[in-house]
Write a protein that binds this ligand. Structure first.
Ligand code: KG4
Ligand code: ZN
Length: 315
């Protein structure tokens, strides 16, 4: 509900920033020399609130502001685990995006493939909703899948009969919806989540869904890798990268290919401010900042590369 999300941002942002400043021992923002903010892609209303706040904060502190591409920030958070060695291949799987990137050197991202409809996280969440699991459902499918057995013949892996690196997960969602309808699973209310009370066939279904999504991501990643000879690191990031099965399979795949595998720790996979700050610093260290009139970018549009040179930058 985008309208509610924006209002909640407005209601909570100032007290959240103030408590973060308190915790950092800088209650009035002293010593802060850069303000980084998510510029997009995302929900426009929420982005506008954050950007207006960050611009005001930057004027008050007399510190430059930098608008960060949220998808790039997710991938750069792999650096929190160990340094990304370039060239790298980036797999970004979140609630709104499923993108494959060639990352030839720091701060450069070339899109190789993307979802044509639902993102991987969206597929997890919509399927979880069909099963009456709590929101956002990816985490719950992940947990239940650990207690189930996947049947790889139940659903076909979506959108593989082509030679591209794009994704389409909406067909899988429909196939699961038909299956759930046939089995009358939807009548059971699992919102009070307890693994022990959930039927084995739901756990098996979760394992199958999990496996189908993971295998699809893996197959397209394999194709992307063929387009990028010389890659040294496989970076897996975004909210869905917290998925235990996905991490295991990608880690094994990277090892098999002789690549370094990096994913942020699970608590840095989902949206977080640390990754935005880190991406902001990465660009600022190249002497860049954003002009004061930079705009929010909604989901589905490209974030322009319109940084300007920071006139006060010193190496
Ligand atoms: O990156 P993120 O926090 O927000 C967006 O930028 O969209 O990703 C949120 C997504 C949700 O769809 C959520 O269900 C999914 O990440 N997610 C998971 C897991 N934890 C979060 N999906 C699968 N397995 C998980 N363990
Ligand atoms: Zn995100």
């Amino acid at each position: 509900m985008p309208e509610l999300a924006s209002r909640e941002h407005l209601r909570l942002l100032d007290s959240l920033v103030c408590s973060a400043l308190e915790a950092a021992g800088r209650p009035s923002g002293q010593g802060i020399d850069l303000v980084a903010v998510t510029r997009g892609p995302g929900l426009l209303g929420a982005l506008l609130v954050g950007i207006a706040y960050a611009k005001s904060f930057s004027l008050a502190l007399k510190a430059p502001v930098i608008g960060v591409n949220h998808l790039h920030a997710h991938l750069l958070a792999c650096d929190f685990t160990a340094p990304i060695e370039y060239p790298a291949l980036g797999v970004l799987v979140s609630g709104g995006h499923t993108h494959l990137y060639d990352m030839p050197r720091p701060c450069e991202f070339r899109l190789l493939g993307r979802t044509l409809d639902d993102a991987a996280g969206e597929a997890f969440d919509k399927i979880a909703k069909l099963l009456n699991l709590p929101y956002p459902g990816g985490k719950y499918i992940d947990i239940l899948a650990r207690h189930g057995t996947a049947d790889p013949r139940l659903f076909s892996k979506p959108y593989l009969h082509n030679d591209n690196c794009d994704f389409s997960f909406s067909g899988l969602k429909t196939a699961v919806a038909l299956y759930v309808q046939k089995k009358s699973f939807a009548a059971i209310d699992y919102t009070d989540f307890n693994v022990d009370t959930i039927a084995q066939e739901i756990k098996d279904l979760c394992a199958t869904v999990n496996d189908t999504i993971v295998e699809t991501l893996l197959e397209k990643t394999r194709r992307a890798l063929r387009l990028c000879p010389g890659v040294k690191t496989l970076c897996l990031a975004g909210g869905v990268a917290a998925n235990s099965h996905l991490r295991r399979k990608f880690s094994a795949f990277a090892e098999d290919q002789g690549l370094k595998f990096l994913a942020p720790a699970q608590n840095y996979c989902g949206d977080n401010a640390a990754m935005i700050a880190y991406a902001g610093v990465t660009w600022a260290q190249k002497g860049l900042m954003s002009p004061m009139d930079f705009e929010a970018v909604p989901r589905g549009r490209n974030v322009p590369d319109d940084f300007i040179v920071n006139p006060l930058f010193k190496e």
